[in-house]
Every structure is written in structure tokens, then in C-alpha cells.
Design a protein around this ligand. Structure first.
Ligand code: ZN
Length: 60
């Protein structure tokens, strides 16, 4: 296994990890039923996309 030739500083390690944070996923609401959904995805609640029905949903 490779061994480091020189010890590097705490600051150097922390600087590298400053880019490791995860971004929050984007969320929007459905214009038809106001359910929370991902942008550019069919609404899982009403099955609509761009004001037309894409997935036939069961009537309950
Ligand atoms: Zn919807």
C-alpha cells in the first residue's frame, strides 16, 4: 500500500473537504394538485405532466 511521503496539514485536508457537501434536491409543486414533486417529472399524485394526463390513475 502507498505511504504518504509528507504529512499534510489539517487545513489542507479541511480545504479539500470544503467541496464535499451534498446539495439539496430541487422540488416544485404540481400546478394541478399542489403535491410536492421533482421538476420535469410526472406528478406521482395525479399522473399529470404539462396539464395533460400521462398516467391513468385509479379513481378512489
Ligand atoms: Zn399532481
Amino acid at each position: 500500500m502507498a505511504l504518504p511521503k509528507r504529512r499534510h496539514s489539517v487545513t489542507r485536508g479541511r480545504k479539500r473537504r470544503s467541496h464535499n457537501a451534498l446539495k439539496k434536491p430541487g422540488v416544485t409543486t404540481c400546478p394541478r394538485c399542489d403535491a410536492v414533486k421533482e421538476p420535469h417529472r410526472v406528478c406521482a399524485n395525479c399522473g399529470h405532466y404539462a396539464n395533460r394526463e400521462v398516467i391513468a390513475m385509479e379513481k378512489s
